[in-house]
Design a protein around this ligand. Structure first.
Ligand SMILES: [Zn+2]
Ligand SMILES: [Zn+2]
Length: 245
């Protein structure tokens, strides 16, 4: 005889079948929110990568090493790690989260970054490390309804507890979106845009700085500069995606 609980669960799945969060196709694998076809389209960043900025190298053999850009001008952060290349379906999920406050994308993003979260947990030391999400300007936060970097920080570090510093760093100036600018304009746009409100919280700490996408690295570099000036000892940038190039 089929136990009542299993029977009722079966009925619920018949009426409300599980659908992939990316492509909406129906599938039955329990505990999964992204279907195998969509997962197969995700391009995970794999070695060889730049050991500092996380850039992919066109040649797919060999070990991680410094890229020409980092050799010429070492970034202010110690290391930047992305999980996947900024392409569909992940770019679509991040866009929905950021611009339409669609938090139903979070379980799908969590599934995509799960292998990386496991590795990060080995590295993260809650006694010494702190986690800082890239902040939004308050008016923008009000308009969007959420800070995607904070929500992603909670997925990257599920055991963070008090080590997640929600408002230690703030955005002091509203700035046009970086996507509308390039090069020098990006850097100028962010000048004096961030401040550390509670320096004691970051002093002497290694900081995991979390953002959704690493594009040119200007935003995380500016945040890193401000955090280091406030007394942080090392910055590790963590993003879900990285733009190729
Ligand atoms: Zn799918
Ligand atoms: Zn590099």
């Amino acid at each position: 005889m089929i136990p009542w609980r299993e029977w009722s669960r079966g009925c619920v799945e018949l009426i409300y079948p599980s659908r992939c969060y990316c492509c909406q196709s129906v599938f039955t694998r329990k505990g999964q929110v992204v279907c195998a076809d969509c997962l197969a389209r995700v391009h995970y960043l794999q070695s060889p990568l730049c050991s500092c900025c996380g850039r992919e190298f066109p040649d797919s053999s060999g070990n991680d090493h410094l890229c020409g850009f980092c050799l010429r001008q070492p970034p202010v952060y110690g290391r930047a790690q992305g999980v996947v290349r900024y392409e569909d379906p992940v770019s679509h999920l991040l866009h929905r989260l950021k611009y339409t406050a669609d938090t139903s994308t979070l379980p799908a993003l969590a599934q995509v970054i799960k292998p990386f979260v496991h590795d990060l947990a080995q590295e993260f030391q809650p006694q010494n490390d702190r986690i800082v999400p890239v902040p939004l300007f308050p008016a923008r936060l009000k308009k969007r309804g959420l800070n995607q970097s904070l929500l992603l920080a909670r997925i990257f570090f599920p055991q963070a507890g008090d080590a997640l510093l929600v408002d230690a760093m703030i955005r002091t100036r509203d700035t046009p979106p970086q996507t509308t600018l390039d090069g020098d304009a990006r850097r100028k746009n962010l000048r004096a845009a961030f401040a550390v409100r509670y320096p004691a919280a970051v002093q002497g700490r290694r900081i995991f700085l979390v953002d959704d996408v690493f594009t040119t690295g200007t935003t995380v570099s500016e945040c890193s500069r401000v955090l280091l000036a406030a007394g942080a000892v090392e910055i590790c940038v963590v993003t879900v995606a990285r733009v190729a190039g």
